[in-house]
Write a new protein. Sequence first.
Length: 613
Amino acid sequence: MELESTLKIKNFARENIDDLQVADSLAKLFAVTYPKNDGEDFKSILDVDDLRLDSYVVALTVDGNFDDTIITAVDRADHVTFASDLVNRLLPAFVACNKLYYGIVQPGYASGDQFGIGFTLVNDPHSEVYLTTAPGESTGESSAKYYKALGVADHRIHMNVDRKQATAAIKAVTGENKRTPKSESGVRGVNEGTYQVAKTFSPAKREKYREAMSLQGDGSAAHDRDPQVKEWLQSKGVPESGKVAILWSRFSGKSGNAHTEHDTSYNGMAQIIAGCKDMDAVLIVGDSQPKGKTGGREKYEKIAETFNNYGGSDPESPWGGNGKWVGRGRRRKWVEIPGDGKDDTFGAKVIVMTEFWNEDGVKSWGGNDRRGQFLLFDYLHRKYDVARHLGFRSGNLEAIAMLGFDVRYMEEPDSWGGDRMAVWHGDADGKTPSGGDAPGYERLGVSGSSNRLGQHLLEQTDPKYRSEQLAAYPTPAERKKARWNNPEAPEDERISRPRGFADDDLPNIDQYLVNGDPLHGVPDVQKTAVKNLADRVNSAKKKHRAADLKQQAHMKTGKGSNPAFKKAMDEAKLAIKTAKDEWDTILSSAASDQEKKLYERAATHFLLKFPTP
């Protein structure tokens, strides 16, 4: 629906036209500039109790237009007069309400942001979304389909516009101009959904989002499709109860999108599974392989067979040998077991469910639909003793958290975009830095990427400027050229990098999946000491980066070094050096190797990493 300014509607309604035209103009005004919330915005601001106004509100907010019944309900003799008068009376209210309006500008390709934006559209009726596109880019149809499935009205979802068109359309509603402060602008970026969740999340909004996702509001009641979900899980061999680990496989980066360093490695997945021997089931979900590739599902099936038949020791498996795991990091070894090679200590059933939404059997419970897929995880959450999700940072896991499921996302130090999701982290009281209730999207720190291309990219970039430098690999072709095994690359960039996670990452991953806390077994005093140190170091890194960028820009002007920027960088360096000295003292003062290892576990989790001198 085309947006029109309040002034245009006002002039239109004042013209001497017939009543249906006036009605249509009002309908358009209501439908475009205000949410369908039973007219409470209007009535609360106007503070009027007028039966005729109620008739208009009902007609315009429910049906979006008039029919003969509604027109008859309002005396046709003064219909035009009343409609014009109504427009004049509502103009002040229009201005007040429009200050609440904002439009989220979402690039069509940014599908990972659709969950936070969808949550916002469901819970804030003053919001709308503009899915922008450019030649060769996605139009965002999948995001639009998801928003409509949530019940968001069509007029709040705008597609096939560029950023300039989106900005102009939003400003036409808010009436802002060049003098409008940025803080008061209704034009919001793609991260607005993330920030709205951080500021406003609450149990009530979670219930509303769950209902929009066709789930029971508070998650306590059974769903009418539970029997079909149960039957499907049984057909996959999933135990009917117990403790379940849900491991998310991701290949978005190698498919041409951002964050290749957060893609899964098959070997890394096997490493995680090896630590789940005390779980009842391990479910591998998400992507099978990068887009355009094949064979990923078969690799996962082989991994599952390895663990299910031999406890992780299939003689023919690339992930095992005729024995059992002894050490599970990149230097893992195998100890031979006599007989059939079965490691009886591994008790979990490993089941591959990647891209399950493409299977015919899921249609009975709606698993082929974006919303229906979450019914599976809701069922696991309600029916099993434990159902814990784990994967690298992704939008899908954001939805898992907002729906109330147990989840952790993995992330390395100095991660590109890491600060954006830190706004969802909860403090000791369960509150975000912005004051909202923490949705449960918490980080599990790891030392680096589990896939070799990701390791290469991280090693070839400066942590201080990673966001800019990783953007230098925007296309699959350029990323392929940068691969560690590219024969055209310099020899020092073609060294073989180890597959999977580093040794230091695995204990915390194990503890989260088995016990629910990555730092299970680490005393609180050690957690607190390391977290405080990590916060100081990471804050100093950010300050140094900000000052360094300003210094570089200043130098480009030909004015030389700026003393203030240099001082800020020196202070940041000193803060980091002081923290490093404290850390060395902590480790050297540890009473035992075990105590030292506990400190190091906490350092990995809290992303304590000192820059290379």
